[in-house]
Design a protein around this ligand. Structure first.
Ligand code: URA
Ligand code: SF4
Length: 222
């Protein structure tokens, strides 16, 4: 009230914007007007999850990037292209996957004198504020398998102490789905220095291949 939203701490919550008894499309509509934290102020638009309501697999990223913010769809930039390649190599049809993010608005800093916007990691309060959207997506879709991409998504669903480096590619018991598997974020593969990139890519694709196998085996065991 009379205070610039951007200067306020992220103490609000998306919960105030979740409609009662939502469908996926009503959820998406409501999320477009979310003011649950301050991140909406500088971003172009809410980037909500996308994919069929009947998806067996849900992928959870961190937050939309520059391209996603402009286009309004998750994983359509460079990370999305690598993800698409990995899914294809794993025999997973992206059209049958629900793809979303832990945080639904792009957080960034502007680089002076350029038009570039540099991704900034969302903090714990922002992830918490946005969590109700993710919870509702999971509740409505009930995916058999959830794959978290990177530390932010893993910790959003598996707790702040979860370490992707120690448990990547392994099924983690959780309340969210029959199987939850954490892997790295595709941007970490893209950022890996020359020699390490090929190995990072191979390991990321190997995790996705295990997911593909799991889905083909009916989601149970290895
Ligand atoms: N990185 C993410 O975590 N999510 C996107 O949607 C795009 C890039
Ligand atoms: Fe709402 Fe999430 Fe956007 Fe914050 S980041 S305004 S909680 S949709």
């Amino acid at each position: 009230m009379g205070i610039d939203a951007a200067s306020q701490p992220a103490t609000g919550s998306a919960a105030d914007f979740v409609p009662p008894h939502p469908t996926l499309s009503r959820l998406r509509e409501a999320a477009a007007g979310c003011r649950g934290c301050h991140l909406w102020v500088d971003a172009t638009q809410t980037v909500f999850g996308e994919g069929p309501r009947t998806a067996d697999l849900m992928l959870v990223g961190e937050q939309p990037g520059d391209q996603e913010d402009r286009q309004g769809h998750p994983f359509v930039g460079p990370s999305g292209r690598l993800l698409d390649e990995g899914l294809e190599a794993a025999g997973i049809d992206r059209r049958r996957v629900y793809v979303t993010n832990a945080v639904k608005h792009f957080k960034f800093v502007r680089i002076e004198l350029t038009r570039r916007r540099l991704h900034k990691k969302p903090n714990a309060a922002e992830v918490r504020a946005c969590h109700p959207w993710l919870e509702e997506e999971i509740r409505l879709i009930k995916p058999r398998v959830i794959v978290t991409l990177g530390a932010t998504a893993a910790q959003a669903l598996l707790g702040p102490k979860f370490k992707v480096t120690e448990r990547r590619g392994l099924a983690v018991p959780s309340e969210w789905a029959e199987t939850v598997i954490a892997t790295v974020h595709p941007s970490s593969v893209l950022r890996a220095p020359g020699d390490a990139r090929e190995e990072a890519r191979r390991a990321f694709f190997a995790d996705l291949k295990r997911v593909g196998k799991l889905l083909r085996n009916g989601g149970k065991g290895e």
